[in-house]
Design a protein around this ligand. Sequence first.
Ligand SMILES: [Zn+2]
Ligand SMILES: [Zn+2]
Ligand SMILES: [Zn+2]
Length: 153
Amino acid sequence: MLSTEQILETMSGQGLRITDQRKTLANLFGENEGYLSAKDVYEHMGRKYSGLSFDTVYRNLRVMEELGVLEQVVFEDGVKFKGSCNQDHHHHHMICLQCQKTYPINFCPMNLTDAPDQFRVVKHKFEVFGYCKDCEENRDEETVAVAHSKEGQ
Ligand SMILES: [Zn+2]
Ligand SMILES: [Zn+2]
Ligand SMILES: [Zn+2]
């Protein structure tokens, strides 16, 4: 994952003015390994900057995502952001549903997709969700039992 310094370097390298707010955002994502919703970020920022609007926070998240310093994933409860992986080439993610630890994968299914000729692809998403080894081991046995009984129905 990108460090706070790497995030700031990329932002200023792309001509973005480094305001105190953007420094705080870079720091938040440089130190937080999990995914944060725009609301989480807004609440964090609101503690430091009173009167900050949600729109401003959201706009900054969008800009950071466009610059490639943040990656966004759509979870069942909405869009969330985290600092980009330390990889500058195209990649996808395997994401643990419990701890949200992310494993970059270099496989891209786009090459295997039978997209029709008359369709111009501009972007695509491919994410794999599951449980990492640690979380799998710590998962509540009861949850596993419930899942099994459902499978048997
Ligand atoms: Zn990544
Ligand atoms: Zn996990
Ligand atoms: Zn791809």
